[in-house]
Design a protein around this ligand. Structure first.
Ligand code: SAM
Length: 209
């Protein structure tokens, strides 16, 4: 397997020694992207938040600083990511401000209308069926709640060659902003706002239920 295939495979589901290196790297390398993405989002201090595909747990940690009277849940389908996110957030977990658990976006283990905010950073490319998965996200979001997607890749002319290569090697689904908007509206999200940093190929999308 090529080095790039190994890396994308780990981004899809980080595990083992290589997964740990990649997750620690993502905690740092996604920092600026996530700062830009979170800028747009209102986070009240009593919010209940779910971060899907939490990886190494850095975004959970950052949101928990703002929702310090609420609770932030981090979910990942990789057992190892759950372990590493717990390590990073152990103090907040002891204070009952954070909970990390193993689960998949296909079947989020919560009742309907639970969360004020749901975030997905650098993860939707790997979801098995975005339409069904967005619908599941919408189910557990409160009416009036916010779903935020933060990505460092979207389908665009300027990055098409690189993105097509990643999509083929990593079996990733890299949507354009128009495609994303269509799927979100088809499952019933409203107020869909998408911002792009075209020269970096970054996308942030905020929508509501
Ligand atoms: C590229 S990493 C991003 C991690 C983290 N959000 C960040 O920004 O550093 C993608 C993460 O999504 C998780 N993931 C992928 N598909 C998932 C699914 N169906 N359900 C839950 N987590 C998933 C992976 O295990 C991985 O931790």
């Amino acid at each position: 397997m090529s080095e790039i295939a190994k890396r994308l495979n780990q981004c899809r589901k980080p595990t083992g020694d290589l997964g740990k290196i990649i997750v620690e790297d993502m905690n740092k390398s996604h920092f600026n992207l996530t700062s830009w993405g979170l800028e747009k989002i209102n986070i009240e201090n009593d919010f209940l938040v779910l971060d899907i595909g939490c990886g190494g747990g850095k975004t959970v940690n950052r949101i928990a600083e703002r929702a310090d009277k609420g609770k932030v849940y981090g979910m990942d389908y990789s057992d190892d990511c759950v372990k590493w996110s717990i390590d990073l957030n152990i103090n907040l977990i002891k204070e009952n401000k954070v909970e990390i658990f193993q689960g998949t976006v296909e079947n989020i283990p919560f009742e309907a209308e639970k969360f004020d905010l749901i975030t997905a950073v650098e993860t939707i490319y790997f979801w098995p069926d975005v339409k069904a998965n967005f619908s599941e996200v919408r189910r557990v979001l409160k009416t009036g709640g916010t779903f935020a997607i933060i990505n460092e890749m979207y389908d665009s002319e300027a990055f098409r060659d690189r993105n097509n290569e990643f999509a083929a090697i990593g079996n990733m689904n890299i949507l354009s902003s128009e495609e994303l908007k269509i799927v979100l509206s088809e499952v019933g999200f409203n107020d869909i706002e998408i911002d792009l940093v075209e020269e970096k190929n970054w996308l942030r999308c905020v929508c509501s239920k």
